[in-house]
Design a protein around this ligand. Sequence first.
Ligand code: ATP
Length: 372
Amino acid sequence: MVSVYEIPVIEGDGIGPEVVSAGRQVLEAAGEAHGFDVQWREFPFGADHYLETGEVLSDDALAELENYDAIYFGSVGDPRVEPGVLERGIVLRLRFAFDQYVNYRPVKLLDGIETPLRNRGPEDIDIAVIRENTEDFYIGLGGRVRGESREHHELERGLYDASFDVDAETDTEELAYQLGVVSKPGSERVVRYAFETARERGDDRVAAVDKANVMPDMYGLWREAVESVSEEYDIDHEFVYADAAAMDFVRDPGRYQTVVTPNLFGDILTDLGAMLQGGIGLCPGANINPDGVSLFEPMHGSAPDIAGEGVANPTATIWAGALLLDHIGEPAASESVLDALTNALADGSVLTPDLGGDASTAEFADAVSSKL
Ligand code: ATP
C-alpha cells in the first residue's frame, strides 16, 4: 500500500511561492521514486492575505496545523507591509505556539558549489548547527526608560563614561534593556537534541558555544546543562566562546562537527555558515519540536528584488524539503533528494543566475527531479 503524507504548506510572499513550487515538484518526484504520495494542504498566509483580510495567522489555522508533524514553508515579508508584522505574526507565532525549540541548520558545502574560503572544499565544511530557538535574548523581555538622571544611571550601572553627551536642555537620558533568559530544561532539551544529532552523524565531538566568560550566570547554567547531558552519551564535548567560534568557522571550519549554541550566537553563526556554504539561496533550516509540529524552510527571506522573475534559486527550499522527508520518516527519499540536488549542482549545466547560470527556478527544479 502506498503511504500518503498530508503536508501543510505556507508559500508566503515574494519568491516564496516560486521556490516552494519547485520544492513541491521535487518532493512529489521523490514520492514516486520511493512509493509514497504527498498531499499538500495549502494555507494562504502572507502579505496578500493580510492586506485583503487584515488577518496575519488565524487561531483556527493554528489549531488545525497542530494535527500535523511538519509544515513546508516559503518566506514571508513584503514591502507593502510594515517590517516585522508578518515575520513575528507568522514565523515567530508558529515557533512559540508549537514550541519549536531546535533550529537545525546544516552548514554543509555541496559538491559543485564554491565557498569564499580559499582552498576549502566539501570535505572541510560539514557542520550541523543546533541553535536553541525559544530562549536567550529572543523572548521579548525588555523595555525603555526615559527621564532618569544621568547620575542615577552612572551610580546604578556604571555604564557611561564622562564624555557622554547629555542633552543640556533636559538633562535626561534614555535607557533601554533587553533580558536574556536561559533555563535548565530549555538548555538540556536542545543540548540532548544536539548529542542525538551527533550520534546520528557519527560525530565524535559536540562543540558548545557561549560567552560564559562575560555572562557567567546565563551561560554558566547553559554549561551545566551541557555537562550533565553529555554524561548520557559516549561523545566528547568542548566549550568554545562565540567569538572564537566565529574565527574558527573561517580559519578552520573542518574542526567542527555538531555545534550547539544559544539563540543569539546561533543566529549570527548560521549566517556566517551560510556564506561558507556558498550563499543564502543554498541554506535550509528546520524549526523543530521533536514531539510536535516542526517547520521546514529556506533560510533566506522573500527577496522582493527578484520576486516574480522566476530566477530564484530553489536549492534551500528543496533541501529543506529533504529535511522534512527525513523528519516524517522517509530517510531514503530524503537522501535521494539531497543526492539529486547535489548532482544537479555539480553537473552545473542548469544553474540559476545567483550561481552564474541562466536557468529559471522551474528549469532547475526539472533538472533535480530528473535525477531522482
Ligand atoms: P529578510 O529580512 O526577509 O531576510 P532580506 O531582503 O534581508 O529579507 P533576503 O530576502 O533573503 O533578505 O534577500 C537577500 C538578498 O539575497 C537579495 O538580494 C535576494 O535577491 C537574494 N536572495 C535571497 N534568496 C535568494 C534565492 N533563493 N535565490 C537567489 N537570490 C536570493
